[in-house]
Design a protein around this ligand. Sequence first.
Ligand SMILES: Cc1cc2nc3c(=O)[nH]c(=O)nc-3n(C[C@H](O)[C@H](O)[C@H](O)COP(=O)(O)OP(=O)(O)OC[C@H]3O[C@@H](n4cnc5c(N)ncnc54)[C@H](O)[C@@H]3O)c2cc1C
Length: 384
Amino acid sequence: MDFGFDPEQEQFRDAVRGFAERHLAAGALVRAHAEDYPQDVARQMAEQGLFGIAMSEERGGQGGSLLDSIIAIEQVAAVCPRSADVIQAGNFGAIRTLAEYASVDQRERYLEPLLAGEMLIAVGMTEPEAGSAVTDLVTTASADGAGYRINGTKVFTTYGWHADVILAYVRFGPGVGGIGSVLIDKGADGFTHGQPVRFLSGDDWAQLYFDNVYVPPENVLLGPGGFKRQIAGFNVERIGNTARSLALGRYAFEVARAWALERKQFGRALCEFQGIQWKFAEMQMQLDAAQLLLYRCAASADKGLPSAQQTAIAKAFCNRVGHEVASEALQVMGGAGYSQDSLVEYCFRRTRGWMIAGGSIEILKNRIAEGVFERRFTQRPPRA
Ligand SMILES: Cc1cc2nc3c(=O)[nH]c(=O)nc-3n(C[C@H](O)[C@H](O)[C@H](O)COP(=O)(O)OP(=O)(O)OC[C@H]3O[C@@H](n4cnc5c(N)ncnc54)[C@H](O)[C@@H]3O)c2cc1C
């Protein structure tokens, strides 16, 4: 067992860090508070080969591993936390599910511009009455000639109303087996959105309405029966969310560590108080344990998709640790940590959302318990 990176991974890590320091450090604070998705950063990263890191070269990717894309998140987040979202968008999110299952035509029309940082894709799963119980979704895809008519509403879609295309989970028929997914272009007839609302993180979302939107057959990604494969791709998205939680916690930790070395009260540096030292000892233990779970999950998934169980364990733990560490770091910095001229309060707000998004901690624990007992526990009420 080897806990270190190999020379190639070290080289990649240093190269990404160098890129981040040269191109992303200066605007990091402004970027964290900007409303729009940083498309300029996306283009730069794409040029640098930081998109599609773990996708095969045949599909336009870099032929690397899931661990490589995590290294990219970590190195970018250490310099500019917000830009880690761009690594997510170019490697872990809907783009990854698309790369996995897209037809040749879909690759040309969507994957190529996405990998070039010229397009943005969002994933619409959640609905007003289908959150944790996502298989309760009621957005329908009804046959119309060779294509489909989509009717329904999506909520909480990250970048939903900014994105050029939505990867929408839809129902072709009853039950889990009736669920699949389609690609819906921005500007399609009948596709509108409601008033934008802000999350605690500062990101906004808007209800997405599909009113008889026509989807041609070539825009079906996964037809009926595609749900399980869709979720297998979604586990990669979860790993990106996991890595960002941990990376933002670590960012806050590093800022607070530097602060504790410099800031003096009662004539002594903060790091000389035992009460403060113990906070850092706790944070260090949490970060190390979370890091190992994340790397274990990625290392055993390198050639394919991560296991659902290891993903659930890593995500639940890293989500919690990322937020708890950001919170403690903020506490150590007092008013300076709570203020918007440092990125620590941003990390605190941002890490909170990932405890809910992409499978809440509670839902992940349900999944973990199923692994422990090697049986399924239905969350549904018993049938009469
Ligand atoms: C920052 C952010 C970004 C998001 N981005 C997207 C996106 O891009 N695309 C998208 O489709 N969705 C997105 N979502 C939505 C997200 O997937 C849902 O919020 C999540 O699945 C929970 O659904 P809900 O909010 O409806 O909560 P509910 O399902 O109503 O749950 C409420 C609470 O009850 C708990 N709970 C529910 N069922 C159980 C159970 N069986 N056992 C124990 N506890 C349970 C939940 O854990 C939660 O704490 C995002 C959400 C956030 C916060």
